[in-house]
Ligand binder design. Structure first.
Ligand code: GDP
Ligand code: MG
Length: 299
């Protein structure tokens, strides 16, 4: 599967023939639009979205959460490749007791760190070793117009010290502009109140260039990102094909930055901040895990 992503920023990395490996995990309750978002991000059907009308015979909602991994090769117009691994979490938050689900996700992330730690300590390295560390975790928040729910606070608090958590408000087209602004404000207040250390597009005033500082400052103001996803494409007025949601009154172009943060988030994940997210995972999050593991704190 090869999809084309448009980018000029990626051109710089043209020399990388093999493709940059990146792993993204998507967590959120059933129906929050995870599958649709994944397909929108990749520009192709990677996962089958659930139908609008639930099938009464389908008891998948009552089942335990599973972790489903998909590999997608993305390529920009210049031929720069990203080897994207996406881990979807169908069934998350659907049980009465979600503790087990939380543990499963945490165990998975920690296990990837353990594997690296083990590999690093080997005298003879395995040339085929695959680094499975999760570089970013998108956490899908239900668009309620309120702040965070208890489940959001619990899981985000648990995950934030292990992985780059990026909160998103999914299906943001179901909120009015005012509701969305209020929702973002309340979520930020809650994250601050509970001290949830999400990935905040960090920068260093002394070392980073002005462009990076400006870009990161702007991205910070958008958190949580409001996203709209769609599995369908339509012809726009100018004849171009756009991924959009069709309503009686017209189209919501998911890539229009006036209507959602989807395109900004996609560019940050796959282009401008891909390397940053990988570095932060290795230098800060994994390093913390490693130090704790070696001093016996993780036992
Ligand atoms: P998942 O269970 O989290 O994987 O959710 P799906 O991607 O299967 O989507 C569940 C339902 O929400 C489907 O009917 C989608 O068409 C719908 N949906 C997905 N994304 C959006 C969105 O951005 N806006 C709106 N309004 N509906 C969406
Ligand atoms: Mg799904």
């Amino acid at each position: 599967m090869v999809a084309v992503i448009q980018s000029s920023a990626l051109r710089k990395k043209k020399s990388l023939k093999k493709g940059i490996q990146f792993t993204l995990m998507v967590v959120g309750q059933s129906g929050t639009g995870r599958s649709t978002f994944i397909n929108s991000l990749c520009g192709q059907e990677v996962v089958v979205p659930s139908s609008t009308i639930p099938d009464p015979k389908d008891d998948s909602l009552k089942k335990e959460m599973t972790m489903r991994t998909e590999n997608v090769e993305l390529e920009d117009a210049e031929g720069v490749k990203i080897s994207l691994t996406i881990i979807d979490t169908p069934g998350f938050g659907d049980s009465i007791d979600n503790e087990m689900t939380f543990e499963k996700i945490i165990d998975y992330i920690r296990h990837q760190y353990d594997e690296i730690l083990l590999e690093e300590s080997r005298v003879r390295r395995n040339p085929r070793f695959k680094d499975g560390r999760v570089h970013a975790l998108l956490y899908f928040i239900v668009p309620t117009g309120h702040g965070l729910r208890e489940i959001d606070v619990t899981i985000m608090s648990k995950l934030s010290s292990l992985v780059n958590v990026i909160p998103v408000i999914s299906k943001s087209d179901s909120l009015t502009r005012e509701e969305l602004e209020l929702n973002k404000k309340l979520i930020n207040e809650d994250m601050k109140h509970y001290g949830i250390p999400i990935y905040g597009f960090p920068f260093d005033l002394d070392y980073d260039d002005e462009e990076t500082i400006d870009a990161n400052t702007y991205l910070k103001t958008l958190i949580p990102f409001a996203v709209v996803g769609s599995n369908d494409t339509f012809e726009a007025d100018d004849g171009s094909l756009i991924r959009a949601r069709k309503y009686p009154w017209g189209l919501v172009d998911i890539e229009d930055p006036e209507q959602s943060d989807f395109i900004i988030l996609r560019n940050a994940l796959l282009i401008s901040h891909l390397q940053d997210l990988k570095e932060y995972t290795h230098e800060v999050l994994y390093e913390k895990f490693r130090t704790e593991a070696l001093s016996g704190k993780n036992d």
